[in-house]
Ligand binder design. Structure first.
Ligand SMILES: Cc1cc2nc3c(=O)[nH]c(=O)nc-3n(C[C@H](O)[C@H](O)[C@H](O)COP(=O)(O)O)c2cc1C
Length: 198
């Protein structure tokens, strides 16, 4: 867990073996908890040149818009960050939540429908750790217009984008988040973690 990182820099000389990818994906998603056992995740591989371009353009436009929201030094710093590995990641996955699934018969999701999406987040976290355990890196990209991406990829409107994941062999292993190394934000120390009793 300590060495899991959000990876945005991938080796260009090493492809991801399909068997390793399949085992990592299937073991993690198969083991994941989900509300009512609804297993609402839908995994889309973004493989074709067209799909990759659609996703990359979406990221570039949303990232430019995000940059506009910063001023001065923070803007300069934001512009210098690498916030996705979409240009080089050999494997790219759009992970959706099927909000309309009947699996689980609504158990646990009637008063809090967002629980299905939280289930997908749980599964992604297991995948992130499983990938790390075999040496693969995963980078989560959220600087996207999800509705436009879903439309442009021709996917169901009942599905909600939860995470766009870049997967590949990392250029390096590191135990410190990249945003901390580049001075954007610091990770809270274990001693400062607040657990409140009420
Ligand atoms: C829901 C979610 C969305 C994220 N979106 C992005 C993103 O769009 N671009 C990016 O560079 N990192 C993204 N990250 C990665 C975080 O920046 C990263 O997890 C954080 O800086 C801590 O670093 P670590 O994951 O290496 O521990 C995202 C992480 C999560 C959990």
């Amino acid at each position: 867990m300590h060495w899991r990182r959000d990876v945005r820099r991938f080796r260009k000389d090493k492809i991801v073996d399909e068997k390793i990818l399949h085992r990592t994906l299937s073991s993690s998603f198969h083991s994941a908890p989900s509300v009512g056992l609804s297993e609402p995740w839908r995994i889309i591989r973004i493989d074709s040149e067209h799909s990759r371009q659609v996703a990359l353009t979406n990221f570039q436009e949303m990232n430019a818009k995000a940059l506009d929201g910063y001023k001065g030094g923070k803007k300069q710093q934001y512009a210098s960050l690498k916030l996705s590995g979409m240009q080089e990641a050999p494997v790219q996955l759009a992970i959706y939540c099927d909000d309309s699934t009947s699996k689980g018969s609504g158990l646990g999701a009637q008063s809090m429908t967002e629980m299905r999406r939280y289930s997908v987040v749980s599964a992604i976290t297991l995948f992130w750790l499983a990938a790390r355990s075999v040496g693969l890196g995963v980078g989560w990209v959220s600087i996207l217009d999800p509705i436009r991406l879903t439309h442009d990829l021709g996917l169901s409107e009942d599905w909600t984008l939860v995470g766009y994941l870049c997967v590949g062999w990392p250029e390096e292993d590191n135990d410190t988040p990249e945003l901390e190394r580049y001075g954007w934000e610091k990770r809270t120390s274990v001693d400062d973690m607040n657990i409140t009793s009420i």
